[in-house]
Ligand binder design. Structure first.
Ligand code: THU
Length: 129
């Protein structure tokens, strides 16, 4: 699947963001190895730390529907904002080999990787060592 198509899914999911506090909608779309696309948007909460980001909504929903191997994730914000630290950690856990397309609302994007976003990250290789 072309990056532009995955970004289009993320753009559409972004329209469903629940952002009464920040007014900063984010959409995400994960591409699974079998071709499935699973989307997410940020869902905020009056108890601010209970907010969940679009990327983690998409990745956890993907796991819940049985997907495990992820090829890419697209993230769309109004201005090409980069994924937060918590989302990078979850990307490292669930999709360490993913390409990451970081797009703005016009569809302009840059391509990076999970490893580049979280160098020297803590992963499961440390747990049983
Ligand atoms: N947000 C995301 O959805 N993903 C990120 O990687 C960065 C931040 C959301 C959280 C909050 O709802 C809003 O953007 C402003 O921080």
């Amino acid at each position: 699947m072309k990056p532009e198509e995955l970004i289009r899914h993320a753009l559409e999911a972004r329209t469903r963001a629940y952002v009464p506090y920040s007014g900063y909608p984010v959409g995400a779309a994960v591409l699974a190895a079998n071709g499935d696309v699973i989307v997410g948007c940020n869902v905020e909460n009056a108890a601010y730390p209970s907010t969940i980001c679009a990327e983690r909504v998409a990745l956890t929903a993907a796991v819940a529907q049985g997907a495990r191997n992820f090829v890419a994730i697209a993230v769309v914000t109004r201005n090409g904002g980069s994924p937060c630290g918590a989302c990078r950690q979850v990307m490292l856990e669930l999709g360490p080999e993913m390409l990451v397309y970081i797009a703005d609302e016009r569809g302009a994007y840059r391509t990076t990787t999970v490893r580049d976003l979280l160098p020297d990250g803590f992963d499961n290789t440390r747990l049983n060592a």
